[in-house]
Design a protein around this ligand. Structure first.
Ligand SMILES: NC(=O)c1ccc[n+]([C@@H]2O[C@H](COP(=O)([O-])OP(=O)(O)OC[C@H]3O[C@@H](n4cnc5c(N)ncnc54)[C@H](OP(=O)(O)O)[C@@H]3O)[C@@H](O)[C@H]2O)c1
Length: 227
């Protein structure tokens, strides 16, 4: 399948690497490909610059956000949440129309350092804002409640038997994303929380996630809903 990934951070790289490994045709989008490849400094988490990762993953193409949205039959939003609407505008409304858009972003305020604070409330969410701004895209919120390293490789913990939430207004789009999560990535506990208003809840998992990170001193953990 042709998949466009918007975002060159930890999430974009992790999802792109796994999907390319599974023989999907992956194109990662960025604002300015030449500038992204020219960056020499590590990212905010101390990971090597994008160029180093790209050299290790020659099968993954790099282009603009618009190239990625045009390329993808399925598109993934892995951009900084506070800038996601801008990034999606650059991707192009027409290029997203009719496509399943997996939204992994959390809208965060990083201006006061760590920990960041959510820019969402209990009455709206980034996922819903994206759906309103791009009504012809089929937004499915998923994978935003755990560390990037687990998203496409959940088997690193408990054999993949921990919880990932999906929500969205398009049942067919949710089915396609759920199949990708289980069959491609190996998730064993996908909970469908219903329509996209559930993104209000999943985007607010972050405060407890950050507390757990501080206490456990590792990002390699996740929630499991036992029932
Ligand atoms: N890191 C995690 O473990 C984790 C876990 C759960 C959810 N998330 C969410 O997943 C998303 C990606 O996270 P990340 O850590 O991989 O990367 P990130 O640093 O949050 O985002 C990087 C991407 O955002 C784009 N971007 C930043 N400012 C922009 C602007 N003003 N206009 C357009 N695009 C802009 C960058 O574009 P360029 O490529 O042009 O620089 C880059 O592609 C975020 O929303 C984050 O909250 C992350």
């Amino acid at each position: 399948m042709r998949i466009g990934i918007l975002g060159t951070g930890m999430v974009g790289k992790a999802i792109a690497a796994r999907l390319a490994e599974l023989d999907h045709e992956v194109l990662v989008g960025t604002r300015d490909p030449a500038a992204t490849l020219a960056r020499d400094e590590p990212d905010r988490y101390g990971n090597p610059p994008f160029r180093v990762w790209h050299e290790q993953h020659p099968g993954v193409k790099l282009g603009t956000f618009a190239d990625a949205a045009t390329h993808g039959e399925l598109v993934v939003n892995a951009t900084a949440g506070a800038a996601s609407i801008d990034a999606l505008r650059l991707a192009g409304e027409a290029n997203l129309a009719g496509k399943v858009l997996i939204d992994i972003a959390n809208a965060l305020d990083h201006s006061r350092g760590m920990p960041p604070t959510p820019l969402v409330s209990t009455t709206d969410s980034l996922g819903e804002r994206i759906q309103r701004a791009f009504p012809a895209a089929r937004v499915v919120k998923a994978l935003n409640t755990m560390n990037a390293l687990l998203m496409a490789d959940p088997g690193q913990l408990a054999g993949g038997d921990h919880t990932v939430f999906v929500c969205g207004d398009d049942p067919e789009a949710k089915t396609l994303v759920t199949r990708l999560l289980t069959d491609a990535f190996g998730w064993r506990d996908v909970i469908d929380l219903g329509d996209l208003t559930a993104a209000r809840a999943t985007e607010l998992v972050l405060p407890i996630w950050l507390r757990l990170l501080g206490t456990l001193q590792t990002p390699m953990f996740n929630l499991k809903v036992v029932r």
